[in-house]
Every structure is written in C-alpha cells, then in structure tokens.
Design a protein around this ligand. Structure first.
Ligand code: ATP
Ligand code: MG
Length: 368
C-alpha cells in the first residue's frame, strides 16, 4: 500500500456487476501521484470496466474510489479531476479541432479568451496548431488521436485515463505516438492510467504494470520485474515474444537437497536463485528464449532438441526446436551469434541459464 499523501488514485474492494456477471469482484489498487500505471490484459478481462469506473462512466456496485484524497465513488465524471482519451477518439464531427478541444471547458462556463489561450497552448505543445480550423473528417487517424489527447490535456486534470488510444493506428504511427505519450508524461508529470493489450506499450510506458485476467490483478510490479519474475504461469505466458518456454517436470527431495527432473535433464534447485526448499511435486520450469545458449553436444545439464523452424528478424534470430518428448522450445540468438546458425532439421544442445529461470507449481500455477 502506498503512502496516503502520495496516493493519487485509490481503489478499495471495487465491484462492478453486469446482470449476474461480476466483471470486477473486490479489486484493490493504489496508484501513486505522477505514476504511469498500465492495465494490461487480454480482451474482456475488465480493463475498460475498471477505467470507466475510475472515470465515473459506469455504475459501481460496491467499493470505493478515491482520487486526490476525495471519495469520488458517486461523483459525476466532470467533477473527478480526470481527462480521458478513448480508442475511438470520440470527437464531434461537426466541430473544428479547436472547438472539439475547447468544448469541455465551454460547458463548464470558462471565459472564451481563457479557452482560446489553453487550446492554443496545448495545440502548440502537441504540434497540431496547423490543424485547429479543420474538422475531424479532414484529419488522419494519428492526427485525430492527437486532438483527442489535446482535448483531455486542456482540462489540466490531475489524472489522465487512456483506453487503448493507439489501437486504431498503423504500426509506425503507434510507435511514434507511444514515444510522444511517454514524453508527455515526462514533461507533465501527471498520474496516467493507460489500458492496453499491447505488451510492448505496457513494457515501454509503464512505471508499474497491472496484469489482469478475469477481473483480477494477477501481478502489479515494474515492467522488468513482471518480465523476469512473473507471479504465475498466466503472467509468464502473457508477456514476451516468443513467450516464455515452459518445461514440465517434478521437484523431489534427494540426498543433496531438492532437485528438478524433466526428460533428459535434472539439476539441484540450489542452482536457481532463491529456490524453494519445502515444495515437492509437479513443477514447471520457465525460461525466456534469451535464457539459453547453444552448447557442444553432450554438455552436462543441456537439453537436446531438433531444429524445426528458423525465424530471422534482422537484429536477432528465433530458433524453434522440439525435444524428444515433444516440448517445443524457442531460442533467441543475437546477431553476433547469428553467424553460426544451426541448420533446419539438425540436433542442437541448449544450456539453460538457471539463474534467470522461473519455477512454478504446475497445479496452482503460482511462482515458487
Ligand atoms: N455494459 C455492459 N453490459 C454487460 N456486460 C458488459 C458491459 N460492458 C462490458 N461487459 C462485459 O464485461 C467484461 C469486461 O469488459 P471490458 O470492456 O472491461 O473488457 P476489456 O478488458 O476492456 O476488453 P477489450 O480489450 O476487448 O476492450 C466482458 O465480458 C464484457 O462483455
Ligand atoms: Mg476495453
């Protein structure tokens, strides 16, 4: 839990129910002032439901939402000190860009001159000054999304909410705007809550990522920690391209202490940092594609596999290989190693870097 003084958004035991379906069922989350928090999860896990609850756009069944120390659970969206950007831009087609950006201020009764001043200042900041007189139909997708961001910014809100703002854009524009959003956060320093199902956006933008599944937060941690120390099999499999390799095996206790055994390989658990001592039973070893090196035939502790596919990606190459018991493994080779690529159909020997490995209880899926 965060210090009350530095907490920007605080969510307690939040429940949102549609009919008989509990989309969120007792969710708790604290977001620090100035933090960039990313809600990451697959379609239908409840990301938008959570964001809309913070914005006041849906009805909360139970629980409490605090923004900047105020209980806003029942407050109108306009009274919550938030600015929101939607995937669909939600611009008014008949209004110019300037009118779209200023509309929220106008309905709050702000003086014309001040609206113009704020709109011009924000347009300059977002480099869309030259678009102010156009209508949304005469803009590209990227320009429309910049206008939608501008409309949120003019409100000088404490908290900005983004719901998949880049999903409708092509790959290059996504990458460009992603960098702009990061710069925006660096220069404004506001709290930002950003919904996406794109793991690259999550990894590059977030101070912390909340990985969601079925309305529950599976892990809440900085990107590097989510990547290197996933809390469970779901998180481990969700982040990373290709995804983490899972090797099914068994942890049993032996004379030298517990060890992990799988087809063709066995090692003492003390080779994995902070390894569990108490657990025995079915376990899954998780290794990222970059956590292997190719080694000479017969190296102790190596896995033998047949190369089934080679994906050259320029800066790196992904080798897919299958072990004798049918486990498919992916291996990432940097461009330096890429000069000695194994050939398709040959046998390779892979040495796992066990210090970087993760171990999971296969039954519960939890990290050991
Ligand atoms: N107004 C509604 N009435 C009934 N069910 C809803 C409503 N809004 C959302 N749901 C359901 O709640 C669940 C969560 O929806 P939500 O929109 O929060 O998902 P999401 O994580 O944002 O997904 P996506 O990535 O597809 O946008 C889904 O099963 C959805 O069908
Ligand atoms: Mg959504």
């Amino acid at each position: 839990m965060l210090d009350a003084q530095t907490t920007s958004v605080s969510i307690r035991d939040l429940r949102v129910t549609y009919g008989t379906m509990h989309v969120l069922d007792g969710l708790n989350l604290d977001i620090a002032e100035g933090e960039f928090l990313v809600l990451l999860g697959s379609s239908g896990c409840g990301k938008s439901t959570l964001l809309n609850a913070i914005a006041g756009l849906n009805t909360v069944t139970a629980g409490k939402i605090m923004i900047s120390g105020q209980d806003v659970t029942r407050a109108e969206p306009k009274d919550r000190g938030i600015g929101m950007v939607f995937q669909s831009y939600a611009l008014y087609p008949r209004m110019t860009v300037a009118q779209n950006m200023g509309f929220g201020l106008k309905i709050r009764g702000m003086a014309k001159a001040e609206i113009a001043e704020r709109v011009n200042h924000t347009a300059k900041f977002l480099q869309i000054e030259h678009l102010l007189k156009r209508r949304p139909a005469d803009l590209s997708g990227g320009q429309r999304q910049r206008v939608a961001i501008g409309r949120a910014l003019v409100r000088k809100a404490d908290v900005f909410l983004f719901d998949e703002p880049l999903s409708n854009l092509d790959a290059q524009l996504r990458a460009d705007l992603r960098i702009e959003i990061k710069r925006l956060h660096q220069s404004l320093g506001n709290t930002m809550i950003y919904v996406t199902h794109d793991q690259v956006e999550a990894m590059t933008l977030a101070d912390r990522i909340a990985v969601m599944k079925d309305g529950k937060i599976q892990q809440l941690a900085p990107p590097a920690e989510v990547y290197t120390r996933p809390a469970n099999l779901f998180v481990a499999g969700f982040l990373g391209t290709p995804k983490m390799n899972f090797i099914e095996g068994e942890i049993s206790s032996g004379p030298q202490g517990p060890h992990f055994t799988t087809a063709g390989m066995s090692f003492d658990l003390d080779r994995i940092s902070s390894a569990p001592l108490a657990f025995t039973g079915p376990a899954t070893l998780g290794l990222r594609p970059e956590d292997f090196v190719l080694c000479p035939e017969g190296t102790a502790g190596s896995l033998e596999a047949e190369v089934t596919l080679i994906e050259p990606l320029g800066s790196e190459t992904i080798i897919w290989a299958t072990t004798a018991n049918g486990t498919q493994l992916s291996l990432r080779l940097g461009s330096a190693q890429g000069q000695h690529l194994p050939a398709l159909g040959t046998q390779v020997f892979l040495q796992p870097d066990l210090v970087r490995a993760s171990l999971f209880d296969t039954q519960s899926g939890q990290r050991l």
